[in-house]
Design a protein around this ligand. Structure first.
Ligand code: SF4
Length: 684
């Protein structure tokens, strides 16, 4: 593996969107592709058009304050003074937990770090969580349980290009991160209820009924063992817990699994044989198998399969999860998560609390404990025991949260809603105060991509007048809340140096990463414990991170979706992304080329299912769940399962797919069940 790349030049930066963090160069406001290990010169349509965000007429350039029901321009000082005074009053009258903070997986490492510190030190609240809870938390919990450490891909992306077989579970990179596909050159097995653009390229496509992934993983594991592919030597040397896991999987023979999932037993055996017969192999999971009320166990079942085949920690093979948001990996390491402190430390660990408090210069006992998870936090807003004020950074929860209509109602009960964004997102439009902040190419900062590689984004273009960084805003609020200025620096490099110290000795150790090393082109995958350390592109080669060095099989059994279908709601709805849009669409809907290509929500359905309920191709239909309804254009597709409909979740207002979704939570990760709920389809 090359340890150093050419030093980034002027205008060299990374795409503002997904976790592939493709290299690009900005010349003025023109995007050029740039060779980088994740994209090798490729960009997708979102990346090519990203510069349009920098000149969007929708850009906010002045703070907005709600007066007589309307958002009106105000000066920064007026808006910051107003917010700080209201936060201080809420804290003094109702207690520190009356103020909550909601962050995002697209924020730079520096922002994620300072946001967590701001919440715990300046506000003293436990109530901070972020939208990554909706995105990565089940894979993170399963990775922690199995390996003792969670790094999305614990190997560099280059390894995938040499892998003889890849099993992709619940991921559609052909639309979400197209340049990723060039790394998949071996036999490709795709598990997805839909015939996606990725499944089209697969040698074998298994289409389980939505919500039955865990059963399918048990069936393939059963086939691996029954057909003699189990790597008992690897399991004995490097793992623990196989017997308990097998006691459950033994009862899930492929024919039984076929009855639950709809995937032919022969295809389950074929998948097992393809993986076992490959010289090197990888198993990769995505949101499709993670966003379930049993998401942690579902991912655990795929990890069991990987362990039974001897893949994790074996050179050239492995298990990983495909992080989605731009800083989905870094965003979960630096303390904006309700249960964590920087360095990916547990907030309940007394040693971690003492160490981080010493870096922050505060007494350990002053740090609050764990707060509510994202959905529970949003659901508690305005209730007797819930927060009365909320600050939102880098997130658009009105569109992206499950049961979105209910969440919008909760937001309307707040005494104070503050949103920092660069445009008036759907959530910002409901706010009492909106702060206009910098976006990707206008600010410096680091991101950590899906391989755990730390990247430097340099300032490539000046921000418009009137716009400031989130770091400036946090500093200005902290000072007004009585904090010393030096405790909340606004220079990203200074913040990063403090983050390095706070992470030292933690599971995600960044202490050897410096801006200068990144400017010099060093390729640094964490952990990087010293400034001489070359980084850790491949983890677990000698031992896993549990104290005994062994990975853990998980004794997991199949449970169905939280909401079964019935006569009133006979179809299964699943949600996801399309090529042209990213997350809530707040950014990509502003880019004309992308919005023209995919202007509105659609419901993808088998023609026979559509005919049965009396809706026609290209006509309009209502998709109705127990929580709400979405108005969508019908797209008939004969490759769809008869029992399933699909909606993309990028659209606002009555087009929100998340008006339908079920907030049933995974017991470990508190991940909501975005990927399956019961609905009916009816003519509009
Ligand atoms: Fe690359 Fe993702 Fe940006 Fe597309 S959206 S150019 S795949 S980083």
């Amino acid at each position: 593996l090359v340890t150093r790349l050419a030093a980034p030049g002027r205008g060299d930066t990374h795409c503002p969107y997904c976790a592939l963090q493709c290299g690009m160069r900005l010349t003025g406001t023109t995007v050029e592709s740039r060779d980088f290990p994740t994209n090798r010169g490729g960009l997708c349509q979102k990346g090519w058009t990203a510069a349009e965000l920098l000149r969007t007429p929708a850009r906010l350039t002045t703070p907005l304050v709600r007066v007589d029901g309307e958002l009106r321009p105000a000066s920064w000082d007026t808006a910051v003074d107003l917010v700080a005074a209201k936060l201080a009053r809420s804290r003094d009258v109702h207690g520190a937990d009356s103020v909550a903070v909601f962050g995002g997986g697209g924020l730079t490492n520096e922002k994620a770090y300072l946001l967590g510190k701001f919440a715990r030190v300046a506000l003293g609240t436990a109530q901070i969580d972020y939208n990554g809870r909706f995105c990565m938390s089940s894979a993170a919990a399963a990775g922690m349980r199995a390996f003792g450490l969670d790094r999305g891909m614990p190997f560099p992306i280059d390894d995938l290009a040499r892998s003889a077989a890849v099993l992709l579970v619940g991921a559609n990179p052909a639309e979400t991160m197209p340049p990723f596909l060039q790394h998949l050159t071996g036999t490709l097995i795709v598990i997805d209820p839909r015939r996606t653009a990725t499944a089209e390229r697969a040698h074998l496509h298994l289409r389980p009924r939505p919500g039955t992934d865990l059963a399918l993983a048990l069936g393939i594991l059963h086939a691996v063992v029954a057909d003699g592919h189990y790597r008992g030597d690897y399991a004995a040397e490097r793992t623990a817990g196989f017997d308990a896991a097998w006691r459950i999987a033994a009862a899930w023979w492929p024919e039984r699994v076929e009855r639950v999932t709809g995937v032919a037993a022969s295809d389950q055996r074929r998948a097992a044989a393809l993986l076992a017969g490959a010289r090197t192999a990888h198993i990769l999971t995505g949101r499709g198998t993670e966003q379930h009320s049993n998401g942690t166990d579902s991912v655990g079942a795929w990890i069991n399969l990987a362990l039974a085949l001897g893949l994790p920690g074996t050179p050239g093979s492995g298990y990983g999860c495909l992080t989605g948001q731009g800083n989905g990996q870094g965003g979960r390491e630096h303390g904006q998560k309700a249960d964590q402190l920087p360095g990916y430390r547990k907030i309940t660990d007394p040693d971690a609390r003492a160490y981080v408090a010493s870096v922050w210069g505060v007494p350990p006992e002053s740090l609050p404990g764990p707060g509510r998870s994202a959905y529970e936090l949003l659901d508690s807003l305005g209730r007797d025991d819930g927060p009365r004020a909320l600050l939102v950074f880098g997130s658009n929860v009105v569109v992206s949260a499950p049961n979105a209509g209910h969440i919008a109602d909760r937001l309307s009960t707040l005494d104070l809603l503050v949103v920092a964004d660069f445009v008036l997102s759907e959530t910002a439009a409901l706010a009492d105060v909106v702060f206009p902040v910098t976006q990707w190419a206008e600010e410096g900062g680091t991101m950590t991509n899906l391989e755990g590689r730390v990247l430097l984004r340099s300032t490539a273009i000046a921000a418009p007048e009137g716009v400031r960084s989130d770091l400036d805003l946090l500093r200005d609020l902290a000072i007004r809340l009585g904090q010393p200025e030096q405790r909340f620096p606004a220079d990203p490099e200074v913040v990063f140096d403090e983050l390095r110290r706070a992470s030292r000795g933690g599971p995600a150790d960044y202490s050897g990463v410096t801006y200068q090393r990144l400017r010099d082109g060093d390729q640094l995958h964490w952990p990087v414990p010293t400034t001489e350390h070359p980084g850790t592109p491949r983890m677990f080669l000698d031992s896993f991170a549990h104290p005994d060095g062994r990975a853990r099989f998980a004794a997991v059994d199949y449970t169905g979706p939280a909401e079964p279908v019935d006569d009133e709601y006979p179809l299964l709805a699943t949600t996801g992304r399309v090529l042209q849009h990213y997350q809530s669409g707040a950014q990509t809907r502003l880019v004309a080329e992308l919005a023209d290509a995919e202007p509105e929500v659609f419901v993808q359905v088998h023609p026979d299912t559509a005919a049965r309920v009396g809706v026609g191709d290209r006509g309009r239909a209502r998709v109705v769940s127990r929580r709400g309804e979405t108005e969508a254009v019908v797209r008939c597709d004969p490759t769809m399962r008869l029992d399933t409909v699909f909606l993309p979740f990028h659209f606002p207002g009555a087009q929100r797919a998340n008006l339908l979704t079920n907030p049933a939570l995974d017991p470990y990760s508190r991940m909501p069940e975005f990927k399956v709920c019961a609905v009916r389809l009816e003519p509009s």
